[in-house]
Ligand binder design. Structure first.
Ligand code: IPE
Ligand code: IPE
Ligand code: MG
Length: 245
């Protein structure tokens, strides 16, 4: 979808306008653990439990698309223990949640560059995408080894190849959007970042150009469906103009 596409809102249980697509920068796992004197990976494990709850809650709150930032292209800078630990958590999550997701109508997909990921993890990612391809109650997109700049660079190369083959002439915004990892996904209406940081850290720069933003001090392992509900209620009060008067 392109950034100027008309927003499509869904009705929540309250009847107020609800974002159809919510994207979350799940931040603060490390601090949550460190505050308690625990290793950072304990925070990541607790964070994965929160993901389960939020995934379950979204369709009940009228949210049909959920995109979550799990690992950025910059996160390779972390210690080997933390990086490998995170990869293990992703693999376990897919294995353990596959049946629940299938039963709850969740379609799971991934964005980001898979190439540098472990072969087994890639296999799990491919198979869950196939297993849940027929579902549509919640479209869950997980960004792993994702960076907006890297994605735009990949997309530019795809676009150039299409132009080279004569498939398109002068490229449009829609042509570029169709070359992104998120091709065919609607743009996020709302981006939430937990942990009090007020930056986007290379998350969906093209797709979220017209999103609303919410920054909450709550650390991700403390973020509950009730926090999400409160943010969604506030979203309904916003005046989205998309450049119009
Ligand atoms: C977010 O939590 C999870 C990932 C980036 C993988 P952090 O690990 O960044 O937690 P803080 O920001 O250090 O507290
Ligand atoms: C952003 O969090 C990436 C994810 C949540 C996966 P970071 O903790 O990596 O971001 P910075 O370093 O604070 O910008
Ligand atoms: Mg962080």
């Amino acid at each position: 979808m392109v950034a100027d596409a008309a927003p499509q809102l869904t009705e929540g249980l309250t009847g107020a306008a609800r974002p159809r697509h919510v994207a979350i920068i799940m931040d603060g796992n490390g601090r949550w653990a460190t505050e308690r004197g625990w290793p950072r990976l304990v925070g990541h494990r607790r964070g994965a439990e929160r993901v389960k709850q939020i995934v379950h809650a979204c369709p009940l709150m009228g949210v049909n698309w959920l995109t979550i930032y799990a690992f950025s292209t910059e996160n390779w800078k972390r210690s080997t223990v933390e990086v490998l630990g995170l990869m293990g958590i992703f693999a376990r999550y897919i294995r353990r949640e596959a049946d629940a997701m299938a039963a709850e109508g969740v379609r799971m997909r991934f964005i980001g560059d898979r190439e540098p990921l472990d072969r087994k993890l890639r296999g799990l990612m491919d198979s869950i995408e196939v297993q849940t391809a027929g579902n549509s109650r919640l479209n869950l997109t997980v960004a792993i080894n994702y960076g907006g700049r890297a994605e735009l660079t990949r997309a530019s190369a795809r676009l150039a190849a299409k132009i080279g083959r004569g498939e398109i002439g002068e490229p449009t915004e829609a042509d570029l959007a169709a070359c992104l990892d998120t091709a065919g996904h609607p743009d996020p209406d709302l981006v939430i970042r937990t942990s009090g940081e007020t930056r986007i850290s290379n998350f969906l720069p093209f797709q979220a150009a017209y999103a609303e933003y919410e920054f909450t001090p709550t650390l991700w392992p403390d973020f509950t469906p009730a926090h999400l509900e409160e943010i969604l209620d506030r979203f309904g009060m916003r005046d989205r103009r998309f450049g119009a008067a």
